[in-house]
Design a protein. Structure first.
Length: 636
């Protein structure tokens, strides 16, 4: 051997954003990651991942995404640490469910072996170390007819075809060889002769057999040890590849620039009718940088930085959760830490994630939609994923991703919105902290079908879910200046994606929440659904077309009343009824979205599209809204 090459590929996932916070790049996006030179077989079977995969990227791809911080790309699942170790081929793609963990791909080496240094001779040009079979001795330019060995070589080449030359057309016969080198050449000739003996002809030279027999006897020891030496060498190379590792940090970036605008419209608020003040065309930018630091093939530290500017709504709060785009992350271009999490692969089927930022359901759960990416998938915030997964807007916590069986995986997470604040937040919430605990089961009965079920429990002292989509404000205290509106929420969801063919995918989800108003009395229920069609490679390799139709989260029932120290949102906002009459939203918003993503270059894509909102705000008195957008995404 002339050298040993060890390569480690990483592809990245970008972090998402949290409601109430500036958008951050989710780990899940940056990461479709590959920790070891080989991919995790379990993960590959369950995902198509990349693209995550898992449609949901596992921690084995953990991703971090919060409500307001919608991921610019797919979130970073724990399984990708399996989640976090991305492949360098591309950032978000239409991937299948990310395998247990990309980290899980690494196989435990045999530590019982003693590693001995490998020795090799680099005296020869490395470009000519590999030899190839020659068919005529004249191909060897350093062997001439006048050489004493010419006839012997011609005989071996033309009669038995067992002499190889170097790629530069030389034989290098003037170089001394060791007995082992000769044994290797002899072994090649023996194998060729054995094949010829299988078709023995009457005129087969007996002298040749006698010569071979003599050589076999003379070099019997070397021939016997040749196979053992090769086997030992392969074991030592594999051992070195698994152990030869240096701490490395890789940078992956994504820049999203989008132009958007919407039609003039009017909406009802407190009985009055107001014109939408934010219909001018504007530019939205969002930059995400992710630093992947590997301390070993099975551990990873993910650091995400995010800065953005521009938004779809500046002065029309009643519309914010209905017209929001997935790549919004307005923080006046101030650089903020969007992800800071440590990922560890334990065994080959379990990965853990822990950290003060970027640990929440969005980054831990595997998403069945393989184009779940604000930089490469749908345009709107609602079409990214089931909104219940955004609940809580958690940032710090702990999570895991377990590949329980080749076609079954389980993810779990606990997160807090203010884990660093000992007075108002803390790991367990306190007076102003939001906490969320959740689990997801992903089942892939066949290679082309992914089904997932989610359950989350969340506590919020502010009467809202922090999904950043549709109705997420559920209760307003009677006196908002002196009172809070704590709620305890149980959320249930189910998602499905069926890849009917390589160029056609059908999918959808449904989500239901029930929230108890613990600061008074009453219960609020919400429901949302989405159905979509994706067309990968539409009109060209790497392109994507999509059609999405659904209902954003809607308060379908509420019995919160003024007597319970709170106001019912539907009657309060639409009727200005401070008595807070019980009941759900009067009408239903229908969200229709279509987009087409095409590539201008390997790292540049453009996505034009439109969104139609019928009865926005779940109120038929509001005008229909048309939103047009063109998103350009750069990755590096």
């Amino acid at each position: 051997m002339n050298k040993i090459i060890y390569s480690l590929g990483m592809s990245v996932v970008f972090a998402g954003t949290l409601a109430g916070r500036a958008m951050a790049a989710p780990a899940r996006d940056i990461a479709q990651t590959e920790i070891s030179p080989e991919s995790n077989p379990v993960a590959e079977e369950s995902s198509e991942i990349t693209e995550v995969a898992v449609s949901s990227t596992p921690i084995l791809s953990l991703s971090d995404e919060s409500v307001e911080t919608l991921s610019q790309t797919q979130p970073h699942p724990v399984s990708e640490l399996a989640p976090a170790l991305p492949t360098e081929e591309e950032v978000p793609t239409e991937e299948a469910i990310t395998p247990v963990s990309t980290l899980a791909q690494a196989v435990e080496p045999d530590l019982s072996q003693e590693l001995q240094p490998l020795e090799w001779d680099d005296s020869e040009n490395t470009e000519t170390d590999s030899m190839g079979q020659v068919t005529n001795v004249s191909q060897l330019r350093d062997v001439s007819p006048g050489d004493w060995a010419y006839e012997a070589l011609r005989n071996l080449v033309e009669r038995y075809g067992c002499i190889a030359g170097y790629p530069d057309g030389t034989f290098r016969g003037n170089r001394a060889m060791t007995r082992y080198e000769f044994a290797a050449g002899l072994n090649a000739c023996l194998q060729q002769v054995e094949r010829l003996i299988g078709n023995v002809k009457p005129d087969f030279p007996k002298d040749d057999l006698t010569s071979l027999q003599r050589l076999m006897e003379e070099f019997s020891a070397e021939l016997a040890s040749l196979g053992t030496r090769v086997d030992n060498l392969e074991e030592r190379v594999a051992f070195l590849q698994d152990r030869q590792f240096s701490t490395t940090t890789k940078l992956f970036g994504q820049v999203v620039m989008g132009v958007q605008g919407r039609s003039d419209n009017k909406f009802d608020l407190f009985i009055n009718r107001f014109p939408d003040p934010d219909t001018n065309i504007n530019l939205i930018t969002n930059t995400q940088l992710s630093l992947f630091t590997q301390f070993s093939p099975r551990t990873l530290l993910l650091t995400g930085l995010q800065a953005g500017n521009g938004r779809t709504v500046e002065n029309g709060p009643a519309l914010t959760n209905f017209v929001g785009l997935g790549y919004e992350g307005d923080n006046d271009n101030d650089v903020r830490i969007s992800d800071l999490s440590y990922r560890q692969l334990i065994g080959n089927k379990v990965a853990f994630i822990v950290g003060p930022e970027g640990v929440n359901p969005v980054n831990v759960f595997r998403g069945t939609n393989r184009v779940e990416s604000a930089g490469f998938g749908p345009l709107s915030r609602f079409a990214q994923r089931n909104p219940i997964i955004n609940i809580g807007s958690g940032s710090g916590g702990i999570g895991f991703d377990w590949q329980a069986a080749p076609r079954i995986s389980l993810q779990g997470v606990y997160s807090s919105s203010l884990p660093e604040d000992p007075q108002f937040g803390s790991i367990f919430g306190s007076d102003f902290g939001v906490t969320t605990a959740g689990a997801q089961l992903v089942f892939s009965p066949i290679n082309t079908l992914d089904i997932s079920f989610q359950y989350l429990n969340s506590y919020s002292p502010f009467g809202r879910l922090f999904t950043g989509v549709g109705d997420d404000l559920l209760v307003i205290p009677t006196n908002p200046f002196t009172q809070r509106a704590p709620i305890n929420t149980n959320a249930f969801g189910a998602s499905l994606e069926w890849r009917v063919s390589p160029r056609f995918t059908f999918g959808g989800w449904a989500g239901y929440t029930t929230s108890d108003f613990t600061g008074g009395s009453g219960t609020v229920e919400t429901f949302n659904w989405m159905a979509y069609l994706n067309f990968p490679d539409f009109l060209g390799a790497g392109n994507l077309a999509g059609i999405y139709v659904g209902q954003p989260p809607k308060i379908i029932d509420s019995d919160v009343s003024a007597n319970g120290s709170g106001r019912n949102i539907p009657s309060f906002l639409t009727e200005g009824n401070f008595a807070a009459t019980e009941g759900g939203q009067p009408d239903t918003t229908t969200h229709v979205e279509a987009f087409y993503r095409f590539s201008l270059a390997d790292n540049i894509s453009v996505t034009p599209g439109f969104i139609l909102l019928f009865n926005p705000g779940h109120n038929s008195d509001n005008d229909t809204i048309f939103i047009g957008a063109i998103r350009t995404t750069f990755t590096f």
